[in-house]
Design a protein around this ligand. Structure first.
Ligand SMILES: N[C@@H](CCC(=O)N[C@@H](CS)C(=O)NCC(=O)O)C(=O)O
Length: 358
């Protein structure tokens, strides 16, 4: 392939001889020391804004501030209705992704609208792809909902167009609302992702998986000391081992039916080999290296409509392109190839096969 010609004008050193003006440049040891000092100081300042930490350097995720529910209870100002509520999401965000998956599985695409936000690399905020309610960014929307709001402006947001406010900005609760409160309008009202008889099991998995996996990958990536990173990493991979073992006997986490526990795990697993393995240093194993997790991920990816909620390019762009302190050069990797997610997973008859063997 022809190489572009690079002008050497004013910088000629045709024989690659050592230059004579060596004495004029700073000694390289000093440059390295200075560079490290400046960069480490800046890194610490930027990380403290990006990722609140405790004294040990462990990432502490702030809790969500808007925690109302939609229901038919008479007193509740937030009644279920078609066309009244909007989900604000970022396609890279695993928490927002959960809400898109449940909206899709329940068949709520015509009932709850979606507005997409994208991270603005220089401002560190989510900007809306189109103006909504007179707002161009998520901080403006939060300000409209609660004047003077000073917390973090995160996606997902479940927005009420009628009262112009945020009903809820906690994905774990939004998916429960979507699962149970819109059945009157849903295409799949009979699908219950949080059935009474499995609640206890689902809650146990959720708690474990939130701490060690969903938030665990962030605890690895946003750790600000070696010890904090190692602790998070040990917990993450111990839990992935435990899940992998459980999936040997069971098609989904709680048996042969998909539940909210699977949805919550899915959006982290989908991003794992793409971003967490490299950018967040979760690199002991990839999901595809496990005996069962890789096929389980395929199984969930192939559920009707789920692949349409997955946007590989946005995931790569939002993480590698915007988490500046973790990837200052901003280079977005070219892989991985995700075509294998569409290949057979072979888990259809797992519960039945195991039952026959026992
Ligand atoms: N606990 C929240 C977490 C949401 C969250 O942290 N979203 C990230 C995007 S992946 C965000 O919007 N961060 C912006 C910020 O923290 O300023 C949930 O599950 O809904």
């Amino acid at each position: 392939m022809p190489q572009p010609t690079v002008s050497t004008q004013g910088n000629e050193n045709p024989n690659n001889q050592p230059t004579k003006n060596k004495g004029k440049s700073l000694p390289s040891g000093l440059i390295i020391k200075l560079g490290k000092f400046v960069w480490t100081t800046l890194w610490q300042i930027m990380m403290s804004k990006l990722a609140p930490r405790n004294q040990s350097g462990e990432y502490i995720r702030p809790s969500s501030q808007f925690r109302n529910f939609i229901s038919t209870e008479v007193e509740n100002p937030y009644q279920p209705a078609a066309g009244r509520y909007t989900l604000y999401v970022g396609l890279g965000c695993p928490w927002a992704h959960r809400t898109l998956v449940v909206r899709m599985l329940k068949g709520l695409e015509d009932v709850i609208s979606v507005v997409i936000a994208s991270p603005s690399p220089n401002q560190g905020i989510w900007v809306l792809n189109q103006e909504q309610e007179g707002c161009r960014s998520l901080p403006e929307l939060y300000e409209l909902a609660e004047p003077g709001y000073s917390g973090r402006c995160t996606v997902p947001v479940l927005w009420d167009k009628q009262t112009k406010t945020i009903v809820n900005n906690e994905s774990a609760e939004i998916i429960m609302i979507l699962n149970s409160e819109f059945n009157e309008f849903a295409k799949n009202p009979l699908l219950n992702l949080y059935p009474q008889e499995l609640k206890e099991k689902i809650d146990i998995w959720n708690e474990k998986i939130y701490h060690a996996v969903n938030n665990g990958v962030y605890r690895c990536g946003f750790a600000q000391t070696q010890e904090a990173y190692e602790k998070a990493c040990d917990e993450l991979f111990a839990t992935l081992d435990e899940i992998d073992t459980a999936l040997e006997m069971s098609r989904y986490l709680c048996g042969d039916k998909v539940t909210l526990a699977d949805v919550r795990l899915f959006t982290t697993l989908f991003r794992f080999d793409i971003v967490y393995y490299g950018l967040f240093k979760c690199n002991r194993y990839r999901i595809k290296d496990y005996r069962n997790l890789g096929f389980y991920l395929r199984d969930l990816y192939q559920l009707p409509g789920v692949a349409d909620t997955c946007d590989l390019e946005s995931v790569k762009r939002d993480y590698y392109g915007n988490l500046f302190p973790l990837n200052p050069g901003g280079i977005i990797p070219s892989g991985p190839d995700l075509r294998s997610l569409l290949e057979p997973h072979g888990r259809e008859n797992l519960c039945k096969d195991k039952a026959l063997q026992d």
